[in-house]
Design a binder for this molecule. Structure first.
Ligand code: HEC
Length: 191
């Protein structure tokens, strides 16, 4: 009987303890992950966005050439060009810098070889791309076509610095680090 009385005293407390469970932990933010291979990423983001920048070498995105300017073609839907003009060039410049972030995420190249994201030279090319995008953003804000001409070269050089080493070679050798001693690199094991 004594133990039953104890239970009756304790029951309300047990109930309270059950009724107020710990709030569930919020879901963890998804870790950065690659959704495409490097070839798909290159064609999806830096290719069209660098073309918006390069197009300003011959066309003023808000001048007479506006209807056929890439800034209009890429950023318009039907008759609406709400995102076009110099704002579009700014946004494409930012897309170039954002691409640098994506180039730090481990992913495969089209050949199946891992993109060498941990290598120091790769990181240097990625930093160069981020800086080129920032320079293009600053130039687009001035709406000055001469500055766009200059910065187009900066962007081109940032792309080609990496392409010279990791892209512009036999397709099976793309993404394979160059041999340090000048000896020909062995063909990679595709994973
Ligand atoms: C850090 C290195 C790096 C940088 C910076 C870089 N790329 Fe690439 N890019 C590559 C590699 C490597 C490939 C080949 C990918 C593959 O085969 O999977 C490639 C492929 C491409 C392709 C596809 C070529 C084809 O065969 O169809 C395009 C287009 C491209 N890059 C555009 C650009 C542009 C434009 C920029 C600059 C705004 C740029 N890339 C900056 C490494 C880079």
């Amino acid at each position: 009987m004594k133990s039953l009385r104890w239970l009756m005293v304790m029951l309300p407390f047990l109930f309270v303890a059950c009724a107020a469970p710990e709030p569930p932990a919020p879901p963890a933010a998804p870790a950065a992950k690659a959704y495409g291979n490097l070839l798909q990423l290159m064609r999806a983001i830096p290719f069209p966005h660098s073309n918006v920048i390069f197009d300003t070498q011959t066309k003023d995105p808000e001048g007479a050439e506006k209807p056929t300017a890439k800034a209009t073609l890429v950023y318009s839907l039907g008759d609406s060009d709400v995102y076009a003009g110099w704002a579009a060039v700014e946004n494409s410049a930012l897309a170039i810098s954002e691409t640098a972030n994506l180039l730090t995420i481990p992913r495969k190249c089209a050949s199946g070889v891992d993109a060498p994201v941990d290598r120091e030279d790769w990181k240097m090319y990625v930093a160069g791309l981020a800086a080129a995008g920032e320079a293009a953003y600053a130039a687009a804000q001035t709406k000055n076509l001469d500055k766009m001409l200059e910065v187009s070269e900066t962007v081109t050089l940032a792309c080609s610095a990496c392409h010279d080493v990791y892209r512009d070679r036999d397709e099976t050798m793309r993404c394979v680090p160059p041999p340090a001693d000048g000896a020909p690199a062995a063909a990679p094991e595709a994973k």
